[in-house]
Design a binder for this molecule. Structure first.
Ligand SMILES: [Fe+2]
Length: 669
């Protein structure tokens, strides 16, 4: 699994290992599906033709594709051992073998079919092939998928035989963590639907064409994005191999584990509706989650027109906020996927927020409008999710890359300023490089990856980043990016927590700044002033308070803010902030739909596996573990006090925000 040395020369391939995981998922899926297809003892001619068609397509993509093997697989069903291994891979559940044994014995006791006779014979050769092939990039890719899953679906939807049903139940039980009982057997009867969802995603994967690779110029200085010069934060492309290796072993490895081991549970999530969405939950999300960072009390003339009725009824004590994602009107989507220009209007109340109205494409809706309202709510949440992941969160990631690179070049490593920047830079540069430039990155939204879920082409994803980086003049919902020299300012407990941490970090950084010779920092600041909007120039660092605020802005963004945003965002179920919506935006005269018609299982599955891979916080190095290696006694004491103060902040926060024990010290996801 170690990267080939040639990979080191082409850093944009650093997520390539993920491909192997996708293949394992695909192969495991096929194995399960194949065992079902074989359950009635024969695979039909048309199924064989489809399989060959798929294999040919894969061969066109990859000349090394083992076409001959496909024909072998047509004639032999998978063995029990293979199925066992596949289940173990997909469910990553140590108990799965036990369930298999139990379920198997139950199936046999029912006398419905000789499981051993059906799946057991012959194909022990398959497992070694699978194991070997998973190590060879490009070999098994889409056979997998499409092939056997096609086989499965063709039988599934043309009337399933009792033998197949029995095998399905057996497999279902094998994957059921709650063990075997009649209740769970009934509850898990959507097993076939989950396989179908996986098959569809795998089909999308094998049918999609490769995207052109974006390759940045390599330079020791941060470089402009060749596709959108000056419109994205400069990118650092000169990164030490040791950093890449650390990134691969600590982060990419986890992506692979999640992709392989959490596919099944992600399908489970996609097929089960969590708590249903209502106004109370919507209000709670906009008050407590990171979506609160979009709240603004300043309105444009257009807002006042669209929400005229509500502003006319507003009492003098009422405070209104809006959530504005009107920039989405300019973005394109894939066929059948919808987004909308959306603005939510909220009233501040004692407990938080109360939604008043939501406008979609400049038409306002209210809570008494049934289906239209339900759709309006969903489009608002979709807008916030896209604007967070594909907008403001990127501004926590990328602009500070330049700070790391320029600090390394201009400030000696034993300088306390260099030490604190370095301590909070762990894994950031290789991770951000992967996000920006790897064709497998979530941001590049290639349909060839099973974990991509943005609603439209890569260009539109990047336009989202740019919109929030450049801002939109005259609309307070879209301030342009400025390097932070003060704490964030928006309503709600999320911002309160951010501010409390900010104060403690500022206290610490003041001590460091007071010990620093500002004259040595002029060139450093001037370089960064040219690269990062709002970064003070050498001339502006005239007193140590400015320097303290620069250091605080950096540490706070890459540690506290970045970590809390991931953790709180990833707590939202994907059903409540779908990236892809499959019904049109409301018009006021809308036919009733159910939740599973507004979204698709395949899209929810993609977003759920992405949520686990990229959004959930998986801290490698904790905030409290950071070593600054100061030599100055005063600074050593300051660092100790800093950690104590962080702990005090944590203890003072509401329980759901007490997360310091797991808080990453830098951008690690
Ligand atoms: Fe992040």
């Amino acid at each position: 699994m170690l990267p080939a040395s040639s990979d080191l020369e082409d850093k944009s391939s650093l997520l390539d290992l993920v491909k192997e995981s996708a293949q394992q998922v695909a192969i495991s899926s096929v194995l399960l599906a194949a065992s079902v297809a074989w359950a009635d003892g024969v695979v039909q001619l048309n199924e064989k033709n489809k399989l060959i068609e798929m294999a040919k397509r894969e061969q066109e993509l990859d000349p090394n594709f083992p076409f001959d093997k496909v024909t072998t697989w047509l004639s032999k069903p998978p063995s029990e051992q293979e199925v066992d291994a596949a289940l173990g891979v997909l469910s990553q559940d140590s108990k799965s073998s036990e369930y298999i044994v139990r379920a198997q014995s139950v199936a046999e006791a029912h006398g419905s079919l000789g499981i051993n006779a059906i799946i057991g014979t012959g194909i022990i050769a398959f497992l070694p092939i699978w194991l070997v092939f998973s190590l060879v990039p490009g070999i098994i890719t889409g056979i997998t998928v499409a092939t056997s899953l096609k086989l499965y679906s063709s039988t599934n939807f043309k009337g399933i035989s009792s033998e197949e049903e029995t095998v399905l139940n057996w497999l279902s039980e094998s994957l059921n963590e709650e063990g075997y009982d009649l209740q769970s057997r009934i509850k898990n009867s959507n097993w076939k639907n989950k396989i179908e969802t996986l098959r569809t995603v795998m089909d999308e994967r094998s049918m999609a064409s490769r995207q052109e690779k974006w390759v940045p110029p390599k330079d020791t200085k941060p470089v402009q994005c060749p596709q959108y010069p000056e419109r994205m934060p400069p990118s650092v492309t000169d990164i030490a191999d040791s950093e890449y290796q650390e990134f691969r072993s600590k982060i990419v490895k986890r992506y692979m584990q999640a992709l392989i081991g959490e596919t099944w549970s992600s399908l489970e999530v996609a097929h089960n509706l969590p708590q249903s969405l209502d106004d109370e939950l919507l209000n709670d999300i906009y008050w407590n989650s990171p979506f609160s960072r979009f709240l603004t009390a300043e309105f444009t003339d257009n807002d006042l027109t669209v929400f005229q009725t509500f502003f006319e009824q507003k009492s003098s004590e009422d405070i209104f906020y809006k959530i504005d994602h009107s920039h989405l009107k300019d973005q394109k989507t894939y066929p059948g996927v919808y987004i909308a220009s959306v603005i939510g209007l909220f009233r501040l109340i004692d407990e938080g927020l109360q939604v008043v109205s939501i406008s979609i494409n400049d038409k306002s809706f209210t809570p008494n409008q049934g289906e239209s309202w339900e759709r309006a709510r969903l489009f608002l949440l979709q807008g916030s999710s896209l604007s967070l992941v594909g907008g403001v969160h990127a501004s926590l990631h990328f602009p500070t890359d330049s700070v790391i690179a320029i600090t390394r070049q201009y400030i000696p490593e034993n300088n306390p300023i260099a030490k604190i920047i370095e301590a909070h830079s762990y894994l950031q540069l290789p991770l951000n490089y992967g996000v920006r430039w790897s064709p497998r990155s979530y941001a590049h939204n290639s349909p060839r990856e099973i974990y991509t879920a943005f609603p439209g082409p890569r260009e539109d994803v990047f336009h989202g980043f740019m919109t929030y980086y450049e801002g939109i003049e005259g609309n307070s919902a879209y301030p342009n990016y400025q390097f932070p020299l003060s704490p964030p300012e928006f309503p709600g407990p999320y911002c309160q927590a951010l501010k409390q941490y900010y104060d403690v970090i500022l206290e610490f950084c003041r001590t460091i700044a007071n010990q620093s010779d500002l004259n040595n920092l002029v060139q450093w600041a001037d370089e960064l002033n040219a690269l990062v909007p709002g970064f003070p120039s050498g001339k502006e660092i005239e007193n140590s308070e400015i320097l303290a605020r620069i250091l605080t802005g950096y540490i706070h963004s890459v540690s506290v803010w970045h970590y809390l945003e991931h953790t709180l965002y990833s707590r939202l179920p994907v059903h409540h902030n779908p990236h892809r919506i499959r019904v049109e935006p409301p018009t006021g005269n809308d036919l009733k739909t159910e939740w599973w018609q507004r979204t698709r299982h395949t899209d929810l599955f993609r977003q759920e596996i992405a949520r686990r891979m990229f959004y959930e916080s998986h801290t490698v190095r904790n905030m409290l573990e950071v070593e600054y290696d100061f030599e100055n006694e005063l600074l050593i004491k300051a660092a100790k006090r800093f950690k104590k103060d962080l702990t005090k902040v944590d203890e003072s926060l509401p329980e759901e925000l007490q997360l310091l024990h797991d808080m990453a010290c830098s951008i690690q996801f």
